[in-house]
Structure formats: C-alpha cells, structure tokens
Design a binder for this molecule. Structure first.
Ligand code: DGL
Length: 270
C-alpha cells in the first residue's frame, strides 16, 4: 500500500518528451527536498498523434520503470497521457504508488473561478478524449467548454519557435478560430504550452485568463504527499532525468523547459 512507503523515496515524473519538464520544475521549486526521477519518452513523442491504445501501452511501461526506481508517487506530466492513460495506470498500479495527473488540478483550478465560457487548447489525442469537457461539466454543469486541437504548437515550441514572428502567426491563426470566441479563460492543456503563455497573453491583450497545469499540479503533489504523510524532509540524491531516445538537441532544449542546465541519460526501456 502507498501509505507504507517511505518519505525518502523519489517522485517519478513522466511525459512524452521534454515538455513535462515544466511540471517537474514547478514541483522541484515548490518541494526542493523531494528527489525526482524524470522520464521523457522521446522515442515515441509526440503522443498527441498516437492512438489511445499505444498511449496506454507506453504509460504502463513507463510506470513499471518508475516503480522499479522505487517511486512513492508517479506524476503524469503530460496532458495527453493523463487524458488517455490515467485510468489504466490506476487499474494496474494504484496499490503500488500514488498517482497525480495534470488534468484534475487544472480542472479544479478552473471551476473555482466561476467562468461561464472557457477554451481548451491541447493535442489531438487530448481533445479527442473529451476528458476536459467531461470533467469540467461534471463539476460545473453550466460551464461552456470550447476545445481546439492545436497540433503544431508542441513541435513549434520544441524547435525553439516562441516569442517570434513564426510562433505569433501560428498562435494567431489557432486562437482566431470562431470556436474560441468570447472565452473568459484559456486552458493551456499541454505541458509544452507554458512556454508560450506570454505570446498568448499578448494575443488576448491581457483580457483573457490563461491557466496552465504547472503550479496547480505541483500544489496537488504537495497536498497528496502531505495527506499520506510522505513529504520528504531532506533530499539526499540529485534529480535524475532519463529519455528513451537521446539526442544532443534534446539535451540542449531541456534548458528552455527546465530553466537550467540538466543532463539527460539515455534509458532503453523499449
Ligand atoms: N506534453 C504533451 C502534453 O502535455 C504534448 C506533446 C505530445 O504530443 O507528445 O499533452
């Protein structure tokens, strides 16, 4: 049982690639005494274009790896994996670890604000899962939710295009779609998107609330660990960052997501 875990055990964090480092960074900042084991499935990214069955299979294999690393908690730092794979992870492993996904904290933070119409931008797989619409209307039935798949944004950010003319043109095109008219808030439902928060804010001239899953997920991690009396008091080891396919370019890109230099280790779990 998770309650029998030791507070000194690490927290596993995973994503399809390196976008989830935005969530890892928020956790490391809020909980500096926690040790993180990050896994980025760079061999299979982007998850957003994969089938639900493939995404679920990847999630299960990654969770197995993180459990072998003795993680007391696994954070699904990917909206696509959270939308499609969270249930199956609980079905298989809820007795072996605590789980936190990035969807529920963002949904909870949204309904607290009492908006009447919100937009959600995400990968195709997240939008097709309809998870945001379902969870939001379960908690706030009168909330209008407009979801738009924005598949170019994650590769654009990973290629280093943000705060420039190319990113502005793509963002403008997506956010001008009729479906997103008259929203009071936009949910950045992909862990890459915090990097374009500023560009989106500029597009809306600061008139639309922009919410993402970084800090709210870190707060959910803190709460769940505290509830289980599993908050670490002192970190003994450095964080570890693994990827399933290593390239120099991934290593260089990590800096934009984690805001500091980190070393990626190749880990062949496939
Ligand atoms: N980081 C993933 C997410 O939050 C998006 C990237 C991908 O498609 O793999 O949904």
């Amino acid at each position: 049982m998770a309650d029998r875990f030791d507070r000194k055990q690490p927290i596993g964090v995973f994503d399809s690639g390196i976008g989830g480092l935005t969530v890892a960074k928020a956790i490391a900042t809020l909980l500096p005494e926690e040790e993180l084991v990050y896994f980025g499935d760079t061999a299979h990214m982007p998850y957003g274009d994969k089938s639900p069955d493939s995404i679920r299979y990847y999630c299960l294999q990654i969770a197995k790896f993180l459990l072998e690393q003795n993680c007391k908690m696994i954070v699904i730092a990917c909206n696509t994996a959270s939308s499609v794979g969270y249930r199956v992870l609980l079905d298989f492993f809820k007795k072996s670890s605590l789980f936190v996904n990035v969807v529920d904290p963002l949904v909870d933070a949204t309904v607290l604000r009492g908006f009447s119409k919100v937009g959600v931008i995400a990968t195709k797989a997240t939008v097709n899962s309809r998870v945001y619409g379902l969870k939001l209307s379960e908690k706030q039935p009168d909330l209008e939710v407009a979801s738009l798949a924005t598949p170019l944004l994650a590769p654009m950010i990973e290629s280093g295009y943000f705060h420039d003319n190319i990113s502005r043109a793509i963002i403008n095109d997506y956010l001008s779609q009729p479906i997103l008219q008259n929203i009071e808030a936009l949910l950045l439902a992909c862990t890459h998107y915090p990097l374009i928060h500023k560009d989106i804010d500029e597009f809306y001239q600061h008139k639309v609330h922009i919410l993402d899953s970084t800090d709210v997920t870190a707060a959910a991690v803190q709460k769940k660990l505290a509830d289980h009396n599993l908050l670490n008091d002192k970190r003994r080891n450095p964080h570890r960052f693994y990827v399933s396919d290593y390239t120099q370019s991934f290593e260089e890109t990590t800096r934009i997501f984690y805001q500091e230099e980190i070393h990626l280790e190749h880990c062949a779990i496939w």
